[in-house]
Design a protein around this ligand. Structure first.
Ligand code: BG6
Length: 491
């Protein structure tokens, strides 16, 4: 591993994202020994004028009830907070960034890093509107200056634009200031344990190799449900909607890993090459394969206009035009204010040809990968019902993580992705051409929605979403299983 000083700068340090996600992720890395106090210093940067202690106190509450609480936890929190220094400044003038650079440099000198490398990681927990100016300031004032090597990297969060044009503009602006190898575009779904498992599952198991294609698979669903609404984020959400918030990024990234061809190696560029190829094979979305919804009460939020056409629910069928997937619908579904909270991939197989048990069957074979909560993979299959009669019943082969990996703490997505950034592994980050291909798929549809040519149907909060979505699912070929429900095992 590399050595030398590591300066982690959280820009937007006083904001919500930093408090709730970035600092807790850094704390968890610290606790597990990935951030060594002898090397690491953390800088918070934002416009608000507060002291180091004020920032620490704001963060503290989000660290106190961490995972795997232990008696030494409060002590670890205090030690971690001491590693944080706060600097206030604006996002578009050099003054604050010069000061920041001075502080980073002082830290590097104090750790004798002039004899070692200097590693500078800038985490932009900021709205994308300020990315270009912040990148410019970092580029002008805060780059790593050590002759002995090291690096400067930036981490950016979505939304990366609102459509193809704005996304490309943003990419060009950032691209003029940083090399692609320095830019880490986070999609936190790529940091989820079961998403990371997809490559292993698909390419390290003989079981799946011959089955994973149009000859055997009838349809694939990638589903995201939340049982709460916009939850105070109405102002942000209304400008984006569920397709930009969830489907174009999180679900599409999952689709890539489910559908892509085998990369020639695990090198990040090889993996990302395959993701781009599959994205480029997606056909234009047809209006009749889209259902939009908006939950009743969505516009009650003061920050949402009364006549908002923004979908809070969408089912979109994607069709991949290649040898493996021709004719197999990939159904992406996401919704807020539904009846449950979960994210899963559901691969439904075709019926058995020449089936002799026809009249008794409850459903098709399905392979379900539950991303959250209660991470699991289970295969729904037909077995003989135990007993004297020859009856069949739907059952499952179940790998539930909570049971199989007792005591193993599954890392938070953000935690893992920050560690990847420090290690310089871009595998789980979105490359510029990948982002472009993703926007190419959805931009025409999004523009039709923005122009009001497609309207969301109302649905009741706490329901399954608009009924039309189930109808579309059926039309796409999904066959619902009756009389069977998977029960997550408990300890
Ligand atoms: C974010 C979206 O990217 O993902 C939110 O902006 C959503 O609207 C969140 O709630 C869901 O993430 P997770 O990890 O809870 O599934």
């Amino acid at each position: 591993p590399e050595t030398g000083t590591l300066s982690i700068v959280v820009l937007g340090a006083s904001g919500d994202l930093a408090k709730k996600k970035t600092f807790p992720a850094l704390f968890n890395l610290y606790r597990q020994g990935f951030l060594q106090p002898s090397e690491v210093h953390i800088f918070g940067y934002a416009r608000t004028k507060i002291s180091d202690d004020e920032l620490r106190n704001r963060i503290r509450g989000y660290l106190i009830h961490g995972k795997g609480d232990s008696p030494e936890h409060p002590e670890a929190v205090s030690k971690f907070l001491q590693l944080i220094k706060y600097i206030s400044g604006s996002y578009d003038t050099e003054e604050g960034f010069r000061l920041l650079d001075k502080e980073i440099y002082a830290h590097e000198v104090s750790r004798n890093s002039l004899e070692g490398t200097s590693r500078r990681l800038f985490y932009l927990a900021l709205p994308p509107s300020v990315y270009p100016s912040v990148c410019k300031m970092i580029g002008t004032c805060c780059m790593n200056k050590s002759d002995l090597g090291g690096w400067t990297r930036i981490v950016v969060e979505k939304p990366f634009g609102k459509d193809l044009e704005t996304a490309e503009k943003l990419s060009t602006q950032i691209g003029q200031l940083f090399e692609e190898q320095q830019i880490y575009r986070i999609d936190h779904y790529l940091g989820k344990e079961l998403v990371q498992n997809l490559l292993v599952l698909r390419f390290a198991n003989r079981f799946f190799l011959p089955l994973w294609n149009r000859d055997n698979i009838d349809n694939v669903q990638i589903v995201f449900r939340e049982d709460f609404g916009t939850d105070g984020r109405g102002g942000y959400f209304d400008q984006y909607g569920i397709i930009r918030d969830i489907i174009q990024n999180h679900l599409l990234q999952v689709l890539c890993l489910v559908a892509m061809e085998k990369p020639i190696s695990l090198k990040p560029e090889h993996i990302r090459d395959e993701k781009v190829k599959v994205l480029q094979s997606v056909l234009e979305i047809k209006d009749e394969e889209v259902v939009l919804g908006q939950y009743e009460g969505y516009t009650d939020d003061e920050t949402v206009p009364d006549n908002s056409n923004t979908p809070t629910f969408a089912t979109v069928v994607l069709r991949i035009h290649n040898e493996r997937w021709e004719g197999v619908p990939f159904i992406l579904k996401a919704g807020k204010a539904l009846n449950s909270r979960k994210a899963e991939i559901r691969v439904q197989f075709k019926d058995v040809p020449g089936d002799i048990f026809k009249c008794k069957k409850q459903g098709r074979n399905e392979f379900v990968i539950r991303l959250q909560p209660l991470e699991a993979m289970y295969m729904k299959l037909t077995v003989k019902q135990p007993g004297l009669e020859m009856h069949t019943v739907q059952s499952e082969l179940d790998l539930s993580y909570m049971q199989r990996y007792q005591g193993v703490v599954i890392p938070e997505a953000c935690e893992r992705l920050i560690l990847d950034t420090i290690r310089g592994d871009q595998q789980h980050f979105v490359r510029r051409d990948e982002l472009k291909a993703a926007w190419e798929i959805f931009t025409p549809l999004l523009h039709r929605i923005d122009r009001g040519e497609l309207k969301p149907s109302p649905y009741k909060p706490g329901s399954r979403g608009p009924v039309e979505a189930d109808e579309l699912l059926e039309k796409a070929g999904y066959v619902q299983t009756h009389g069977y429900i998977w029960i997550p095992p408990t300890l």
